[in-house]
Design a protein around this ligand. Structure first.
Ligand code: ASP
Length: 463
């Protein structure tokens, strides 16, 4: 944890997340002040037209917005290489997982079940509460103008979406390169990024089928992944200013209305994460691990707090391993394996969040998603949960991908960036706890003789 904090600290010593928070608060406050000044100016002139201060405000927004957009583009530019390399490498790793046999398969099974339940909870809650529908029509039109070039076009395309049957066939891209281009600019004829993801999965499977002949390609993929991560790292350095400028422009144009809508979004996301964390995990712990949820949560509290503080599953990995071995007394062989794979491969909180964000922003932008599009969102959110890096904001580029694939303008992600950091802390808690839950379940299912043989070296006597 301390290492990660050091990475995130600026030379002046303020951790990155504190700087982002400051950027957001300054952006929102300045935006709200600008909004009320602008509207009183408009109301104050006899003809109701804006002049003076209001013009100056429009000018200010005009120049502030690009800073936010540059921050977003830094992320967008690496979306395709990152998704492709992360998923292909994840499947190639799972090829190795298979070699581990029963334990690997059980881990995969629990991952699939927990990720799917998470996304369904998230999508179900947004469908139920419809937090994005509370925004006034005028504000919605303003957002559409601001965030989308040709939005009406994209939205009407989204409305006459294909039937489920064609969506399934289009999972396989006819021309992967065309789908990669289409996934970014919205011109895809097939399933866009979902098809790219399937292409990556097939390449990963092919790598496991021909491990000897593909070593150099795997090295290339690893390099591509590292480069994408480095660029996202640069983007995160811009985050305090970028996110601050984005929320400034939003608050200045829409005033308190957008804050109300965002509050509803935060409540929906937190309700979903809470249900997954306390209800789904407790049931799974009782049924599969025969463990008291109360005991589990109190023993896992150290890892939970570190996950909350760092917003990074990868940074929490050492603490999670310590907790698994020393507090939960899980066999080291099981916990090391499950937690390492899970730090990037099992991100239930992230999968849930991705579903919530995409549906919420679709509502905000007035895009009605059909059943088959919602199915696409669920499938992509589950896959994205596998391909997300366990770092702060790791899921943001993938959320853009899912949004674009169902006709929601990618730049609209700016609307939720202001509150993303705090939700990142919460979803990382769900991610890390999910890994520990699976470790407990897999450990329970392993034959007792293996656990006894394992107990010796795994238990840290220093405790
Ligand atoms: N911060 C998350 C994690 O490390 C990833 C994300 O959802 O952005 O688990």
């Amino acid at each position: 944890m301390t290492n990660e904090h050091r990475h995130e600290s600026s030379p002046k010593g303020l951790p990155l997340h504190t700087k982002i928070l400051i950027g957001l608060i300054v952006g929102i406050l300045a935006g709200l002040i600008a909004h009320s000044l602008g509207s009183s100016e408009k109301g104050g002139t006899s003809d109701g037209n804006s002049n003076g201060l209001a013009d100056w405000l429009d000018n200010l927004i005009y120049w502030v917005e690009p800073v936010g957009k540059i921050f977003l583009r830094m992320m967008f530019m690496v979306v395709v290489p990152m998704v492709f390399s992360a998923l292909a490498l994840a499947v190639a790793d799972i090829g190795d997982v298979r070699k581990l046999g029963r334990m690997g398969l059980r881990t995969l099974g629990f991952t699939a079940i927990l990720s799917s339940s998470a996304v369904l909870i998230g999508v179900g809650l947004v469908d139920l509460f419809k937090p994005g529908k509370y925004l006034g029509e005028t504000q919605r039109q303003q957002l559409l103008e601001q965030y989308s070039t040709g939005a009406a076009d994209k939205i009407s395309k989204a409305k006459d979406a294909k039937p489920l049957r064609d969506t399934l066939v289009d999972l396989l891209p006819e021309n992967p390169l065309q789908e990669m281009v289409g996934a970014v600019d919205g011109s895809s004829k097939g399933n866009g990024m979902l098809a790219v993801m399937v292409f990556a999965l097939i390449c990963g499977i092919a790598i496991t089928a021909k491990p000897d002949g593909t070593k150099s390609f795997v090295g290339w993929l690893e390099g591509l992944y590292e480069i994408s991560m480095a660029v996202i790292g640069f983007a995160m350095k811009l985050a305090p200013y970028g996110a601050g400028c984005l929320v400034f422009a939003l608050a200045a144009q829409l005033g308190f209305d957008i804050l109300k809508t965002l509050m509803l979004f935060v409540i929906t996301a937190l309700t979903g994460l809470g249900l997954q964390l306390f209800v789904v995990y407790s049931i799974v712990l009782v049924v599969f691990a025969r463990m008291s949820p109360w005991k589990f949560f109190s023993n896992a509290s150290e890892a939970i707090l570190v996950a909350f503080g760092t917003s990074s599953s990868s940074a929490t990995l050492p603490t999670a391993m310590k907790v698994a071995n020393e507090e939960l007394k899980l066999p080291q062989r099981v916990s090391n394996f499950v937690l390492t794979v899970g730090a990037t491969g099992n991100q239930n909180g992230t999968a849930l969040y991705e579903g919530v964000v995409v549906l919420f922003l679709a509502q905000v932008m007035g895009v009605d998603l059909t059943a088959s599009q919602q199915f696409t969102v669920v499938l992509m959110a589950v896959l994205a949960g596998v391909g997300t890096a366990g770092v702060p904001g790791g899921s943001l580029p993938l959320i853009v991908v899912v949004m674009q694939s169902v006709g929601v303008p990618g730049a609209a992600i700016g609307i939720i960036l202001g509150v993303d950091r705090i939700l990142d802390m919460c979803r990382t808690v769900v991610n890390v706890t999910g890994d520990l839950v699976i470790a407990a379940c897999v450990a329970r299912a392993e034959p007792a003789d293996m656990l006894i043989a394992d107990a010796g070296p795994s238990v840290d006597v220093s405790k």
